[in-house]
Design a protein around this ligand. Structure first.
Ligand code: SAM
Length: 294
């Protein structure tokens, strides 16, 4: 019987490593839905995402979910000083080790769950540290909310450059004018960061192709956001937007009970307004009014 030998995998011009599709096929990396795997195989596109996180040459980049390593390779090729990549899927680790070998000392791969990771400890206070990731959508919002509630502030990162589903991206950057999108996520995000959508990525760019397009979002930490307790701000926004069609004197009863009117008076907010009619300062005033006097 004739033996068939595997075809040699051609290397890419980016870094001499094989093209991503071939790497994924050779390692049997079929995308798993349970891990939110939608891979980017176009190194031109991952290069564009990596450049959105520039300047890279003096930076430590935290990447969540490197998968087969497209964005990782682009970040390295664009000159990232160091990458710390956290990946939950064991199958990806050999591929990532090959990339690490190609860039000695510049890529640390951590096999683990990003939701269980203490990033301030992991990055060890290195500065500047930036997050750049094509996030697994199932945990994207949870991770962002966690990072936004980092204490102390300013946080361990100097910028977040993150991929979200377009609808989530709109909910991050929204102000009161974007009524449907404005909610707790926008309040938390814009309280502590300046936010903007950088560009869209069509669904067809991903393998497998998701139902919706995605957007790359930049969140730049504010040096001195209005002082208030992050947890109380989240709770008050949750309660207010939980019944967004109702007046605040009604919706805030779920949080403050019979003191809802008193809370609004202490925050100097018209009780007949609805959540979508007040800006970040209003939510901050409510969170402060909820704090026990010190
Ligand atoms: N960065 C790759 C790319 O752009 O092609 C893959 C992006 S894919 C949308 C999300 C990645 O996150 C997958 O590699 C998946 O295995 C990984 N992942 C999923 N849940 C994770 C978790 N809790 N912690 C760390 N990585 C996770």
């Amino acid at each position: 019987m004739r033996k068939s030998w595997p075809q040699p995998i051609p290397s890419s011009r980016l870094d001499g490593l094989p093209p991503l599709r071939e790497v994924a096929a050779a390692h049997g990396l079929l995308a798993k839905k349970s891990l939110g795997q939608n891979f980017l195989f176009d190194l031109n596109l991952t290069g564009r995402i990596a450049r959105a996180a520039a300047p890279l040459t003096n930076a430590t980049i935290v990447e969540i979910g490197p998968g087969p390593g497209g964005l990782t390779r682009s970040l390295l090729a664009e000159g990232a000083r160091k990458i710390i990549a956290v990946e939950r899927d064991t199958r990806c680790i050999p591929v990532l080790s090959e990339i690490a070998n190609n860039y000695p000392g510049r890529l640390d791969v951590i096999e683990g769950d990003a939701l269980e990771t203490d990033f301030a400890v992991l990055t060890g206070g290195e500065s500047p540290t930036r997050v750049c990731a094509n996030l697994p959508y199932r945990i994207a919002t949870a991770l962002l909310v966690r990072w936004l509630q980092t204490e102390p502030w300013p946080p361990w990162f100097d910028r977040l450059v993150l991929m979200f589903q377009r609808e989530v991206a709109e909910r991050i950057v929204a102000g009161p004018a974007e009524r449907a999108a404005y909610g707790r996520l926008a309040v938390l995000s814009n309280w502590r960061c300046e936010t903007r959508i950088l560009f869209d990525i069509p669904a067809a760019a991903f393998t497998p192709r998701p139902k919706v397009r995605s957007s790359l979002v930049e969140l730049m930490p504010r040096a001195a956001p209005f002082a208030c307790d992050a947890k109380l701000l989240s709770e008050v926004a949750q309660a207010a937007f939980g019944q967004r069609r109702k007046m605040l004197r009604q919706s805030l009863k779920s949080l403050a009970g019979s003191d809802a009117a008193g809370l609004l008076a202490r925050a100097d907010i018209d009780p007949t307004l609805r959540a979508e009619e007040i800006g970040i300062e209003g939510f901050v005033a409510l969170a402060r009014a909820l704090s026990p006097p010190s």
